[in-house]
Design a protein around this ligand. Structure first.
Ligand SMILES: Nc1ncnc2c1ncn2[C@@H]1O[C@H](COP(=O)(O)OP(=O)(O)OP(=O)(O)O)[C@@H](O)[C@H]1O
Ligand SMILES: [Mg+2]
Length: 354
């Protein structure tokens, strides 16, 4: 007779390809049920954006098939984003939020906001609950990029973020008159970020992406001091000056003990819509080489494409407007890698401290 223990023992031989530990130890197998030769269980992935979902399911199926007498296997695959362990007692984890992910760069204009918006939408399309916080207090671009510029309202004493393209978002741009400049000093910035984190209802978010202003200044420091940031994504273009500046951003995150989840090379190349030829306008691949030299994962490259700029200008980011186009697929692949890195860091720290 087949027992649930035998099924668990079989699944205990299947390793998560990223974490190199077995699925049972990692707590990814639940609700094992056996009825004669029929075996059912739930596979709980660490993210709905897991690019290895198919491979893990196949490995589970192969392991259970090896038990004598099994005639039928039904796997229910779900996901539950695990929270990181708080590395520091003085930083407070955001209530109800799985992971805070900072999107930064050394240099301005490399596409942080564009990348943050499209990655957020790509993650949401996998079924994750995603928030996007525009921490560019002086130059908030996300309301335009997401095509939503209403004033948010309050409910039960908390600010309700706006919704657009399947994500929730909040920005200073929603609170000031369009076109008006914000002139605030350090302590006021700190207060604004505190309010964006604490007074806005982000509950239920698996991922809260934070779009940072360029550089290594007050906003970055303030965010990291006030909450637990799971990790940072660094966006760069392949030019030497942008990469040099991105190394400064990487050092800042290192100093503040925020793991760098990976580097993204934006505007990596241009594909001519007339001749379909790929042109390396900057120096495609340099960011990848530098990331690898620094021992950091490279999350992917994105083309320079007018549809991306147009999407941002018209409030319809390319991943929402054309989800299956080549550029959107590149964004979606990067979102998958990012989610994978978050799972590795989180489960790595959980099992290291277990
Ligand atoms: N891959 C791309 N292809 C074409 N245009 C792009 C691409 N990425 C970004 N852009 C455009 O480049 C401009 C700058 O992008 P974005 O505002 O996202 O950069 P940023 O790094 O957030 O800038 P800042 O440092 O000012 O916050 C925008 O007009 C945007 O639409
Ligand atoms: Mg920006």
């Amino acid at each position: 007779m087949i027992t649930p223990e035998a099924v668990l023992a079989a699944l205990g031989t299947v390793n998560d390809p990223d974490l190199h530990r077995d699925l049972v130890t990692l707590g990814m197998i639940e609700d094992v049920a056996v009825d004669g030769g029929r075996v059912r269980f739930t596979l709980v992935l660490t993210t709905s954006a897991c690019p290895l979902k198919g491979q893990i399911e196949d490995d589970c199926r192969a392991a259970v098939t090896r038990i004598a007498g099994v005639t039928d296997i039904a796997i229910k695959t779900t996901s539950r984003v695990r929270k990181p362990k708080d590395p520091s007692a003085d930083r407070k984890a955001l209530e109800g939020v799985g992971h805070v992910i900072a999107v930064g760069s050394g240099k301005g204009g490399v596409g942080k906001s564009t990348v943050a918006a499209n990655l957020a939408i790509a993650l949401a399309r996998t079924g994750a609950n995603v928030g996007l916080l525009d921490c560019d207090i002086y130059g908030p671009n996300l309301p335009r990029m997401l095509g939503a510029q209403r004033q948010p309202y309050q409910k039960d004493g908390r600010i309700v973020p706006l919704e657009a393209h399947g994500i929730r978002f909040m920005s200073m741009g929603l609170l000031v008159e369009s076109g008006e400049a914000v002139v605030w000093r350090g302590p006021m910035l700190h207060g604004a970020i505190k309010s964006f984190l604490g007074d806005v209802d982000w509950s239920g978010c698996d991922y809260l992406l934070v779009d940072l202003p360029p550089g290594t200044g007050d906003v970055q420091l303030s965010l990291i001091q006030q909450t637990v940031v799971t990790g940072a994504v660094v966006v760069t273009t392949p030019s030497t000056v942008a990469i040099e500046d991105s190394v400064k951003a990487i050092r800042m995150f290192d100093k503040l003990s925020v793991p760098v989840l990976g580097v993204i090379e934006n505007m990596s190349y241009f594909v001519c819509d007339q001749c379909d030829k790929r042109h390396d306008i900057f120096s495609s691949g340099d960011a990848q080489a530098r990331a690898l030299a620094l021992g950091l994962p490279f999350l992917g490259a994105l083309p320079l494409e007018s549809a991306v700029r147009l999407g941002g200008d018209t409030g319809a980011p390319v991943v929402a407007a054309d989800p299956d186009g080549a550029t959107s697929l590149a964004f979606r692949a990067i979102a998958g890698h990012l989610a994978q890195r978050i799972s590795i860091i989180t489960l790595g720290s959980v099992s290291a401290s277990a």
